[in-house]
Design a protein around this ligand. Structure first.
Ligand SMILES: C[S@@+](CC[C@H](N)C(=O)[O-])C[C@H]1O[C@@H](n2cnc3c(N)ncnc32)[C@H](O)[C@@H]1O
Length: 194
């Protein structure tokens, strides 16, 4: 999907993914961890920045990236209004270079938003934006839909795509927004050093 497609969805307020709050699975994850390794986190496809602000509240240097200029503008405004610090930039996660390799990449409804034939590019992008030894935390949306976005996936597909490069640290079914209950699976991966 192009920048124009996503920008139009923001301009026309056609944003059913916008829940006005961070991913409940992320909120619970950050609340449950006393200390996490690393300092920097990249949230690609950050939308209006709820998840970025949650990482910032947890003490991370948090960076949000999105293809749609309006998403970045809303993220900046809402973060300022919340009195928090985070960086937001317009970027294409699939093709752009990171400013530096991150300690964490956090996925939440970007994988399901891109075209399925771009998923090889997505895996390569995670490897490009993440440090060797870094952590890839994903809230995966396990729906059957083929007429997205959102486009569905399965645990098997995720295992095939990521297990060649990452070791799985943990997996669990998270607390979810009401209309996604039981449809999400969190996978916490650690990138192999080589
Ligand atoms: C379904 S929305 C999810 C937004 C946010 N993660 C949330 O859950 O509220 C998908 C977001 O990914 C952005 N996006 C799509 N393709 C992208 C790409 N290649 N690089 C960066 N952002 C992208 C869209 O503009 C949109 O804001």
């Amino acid at each position: 999907m192009s920048e124009a497609y996503w920008e139009q969805r923001y301009q026309t307020h056609d944003m059913p993914w916008e829940k006005g709050a961070p991913s409940p699975g992320l909120v619970d994850f950050l609340a449950a961890q006393r200390t996490l390794p690393g300092e920097t986190v990249c949230v690609p496809g950050c939308g209006t920045g709820h998840d970025v602000r949650e990482w910032a509240k947890a003490g991370f240097r948090a960076y949000g990236y999105d293809l749609a200029p309006s998403a970045i503008q809303l993220s900046v405004e809402r973060t300022r209004a919340a009195g928090l610090r985070a960086e937001f930039r317009r970027a294409d996660f699939l093709s752009d270079e990171p400013p530096f390799p991150f300690d964490w990449v956090f996925e939440h409804t970007l994988f399901c938003a891109i075209q399925p034939d771009e998923r090889d590019l997505y895996t390569r992008a995670v490897l490009r934006w993440l440090k060797p030894g870094g952590h890839y935390l994903a809230v995966n949306y396990l729906i059957p839909d083929t007429d997205g976005p959102p486009f569905g996936t399965t645990r098997d597909e995720l295992w095939q795509r990521f297990s060649p490069h990452f070791d799985l640290s943990a997996e669990w079914v998270p607390r979810s927004y009401p209309n996604r209950t039981g449809l999400e699976l969190m996978l916490w991966w650690r990138r192999r050093r080589r």
